[in-house]
Structures are given as C-alpha cells and as structure tokens.
Design a protein around this ligand. Structure first.
Ligand SMILES: N[C@@H](CCC(=O)N[C@@H](CS)C(=O)NCC(=O)O)C(=O)O
Length: 209
C-alpha cells in the first residue's frame, strides 16, 4: 500500500483527495510538527531530505514529492482525474495544474516561513505574498467553470481549490471576491468519494459543519 506522509489540513490533504477520487488505498503517516526539530521531522527526513509534505512512498518504495507530479502519476493510472487527452480542456488542465504549483503554492511557502528569505522584513514578506496571492486568485476566478473547475468533471484541480479556499485569505474573502472558486470547493465536498477526507482535513465549507 502507498504511504502518505502528511499533516491534516496541510498540502498532503490535496493528495488525500486525489487518492480518494482515484479509489487508491493508502496509509497516512501523521508527521504533525515536522517543520520544527523533533521526531516527526526525523521521520519525514528519512524519506524526504527536503522535509515537505506531501511525501508519498509508492508500493515499490519510490518516493514522490510535489503535488503536481503526484497528480500526473495518478492520471496515468486513473485517467478520469483529468479531462480526456487530446482535448482543449486537457491543455487548460495542464496549464492550471502547473500554474497553481508554480505561482500560488510558493506564496504560502514564503509567507509561512518568511525568516528563511527575509529575516529582517518578515511581516512585509508575508503581507506582500498574501496580497499577491489575492491577485492570482482573481485571475483564476476568470478561468474556473461550474460545478467544478474544469466543468462537469471532477479533476485534480478541484483538490487544490478545496485546500486553498481554506488557507489564507480564507473562505470569507473567497465568498466576496472569488465565489466561483469557492463554489467549486463546495461542489467537491458534496462528492461522496471525498467528503470524509475533506472533513478530516478541516476543509468543510458547507454551512452548519
Ligand atoms: N511544491 C510543493 C509544495 C509543498 C509544500 O510547500 N508543502 C508545505 C506544507 S502545505 C510544506 O511542507 N512546508 C514546509 C516547508 O516548506 O518547509 C507541492 O506542490 O507539493
């Protein structure tokens, strides 16, 4: 069985959603606290010297990091996780997938650990990256469709939207400025294959939860 090293509510949840959509069973290895010295970090470093989650260990023992790489690997096994190959939708899918990890994801990394890049202006770095991320999401709002990011089909992109609408700037901001993105997250949560894993990660947007 695959082993997923992660922390509930963090980026590993994106891969939990993708694995659940793919109906692939996995063992979850909780490494809460891995970003500070201690035994969770030692456990994670043993498989991933970069100490990042998600870290996925395949049945073969091969270690995979990077949510987009994991998405592409899963699509080889479960083509339904992306629009059909050879279509315009598929090309849009590739663009959004790489755009999310190349542009949006790093803004969290810089803002979460500003001391690494700007020890003397940590608050400014966090605020600038938070602000820039909002601009990115406003662009993404013009690209997503309904009920899911790529239309009628649930794809790996929706896993990112579920996570990222729960992270900074938070659901209230999305509701006001990017309602289409938030609606995709709502719709994904209603997909029975992933409802429980979304709840486990604390990413429920449905009122009353
Ligand atoms: N590009 C990576 C980003 C992964 C990432 O930044 N994960 C965060 C948690 S959500 C992390 O491990 N941060 C700790 C660190 O960067 O030291 C991906 O798409 O998987």
């Amino acid at each position: 069985m695959m082993k997923l090293y992660g922390v509930r509510g963090w980026g590993s949840g994106i891969v939990e959603i993708m694995l659940s959509l793919s109906k692939i069973e996995y063992e979850f290895v909780d490494v809460t606290g891995f970003d500070k010295d201690g035994s969770p970090r030692t456990k994670l470093l043993a498989v991933n010297p970069l100490a990042q989650v998600p870290t996925l260990v395949l049945k073969s023992g091969q270690v995979m990091t990077e949510t987009a790489a994991i998405a592409l690997m899963l699509i080889d096994r479960v083509p339904d996780l992306a629009p059909p190959a050879g279509t315009q939708r598929r090309e849009e899918f590739y663009q959004l997938l790489i755009w999310l990890v190349a542009n949006v994801y790093p803004t969290f990394t810089y803002g979460d650990y500003p001391h690494r890049w700007s020890p003397s202006a940590q608050r400014e770095l966090r605020s600038a990256t938070d602000h820039y991320r909002q601009k990115l999401f406003l662009w993404l709002e013009t690209k997503v469709t309904a009920p899911f990011a790529m239309g009628e089909q649930v794809t790996a992109i929706d896993a990112y939207l579920s996570a990222m609408t729960s992270w900074r700037p938070g659901a209230a901001w999305f509701s006001e400025h990017c309602p289409k993105i938030l609606e995709c997250a709502h719709c994904l949560e209603a997909v029975p294959l992933v409802t429980s894993v979304i709840h486990l990660n604390g990413w429920s947007h449905i009122k009353g939860d």
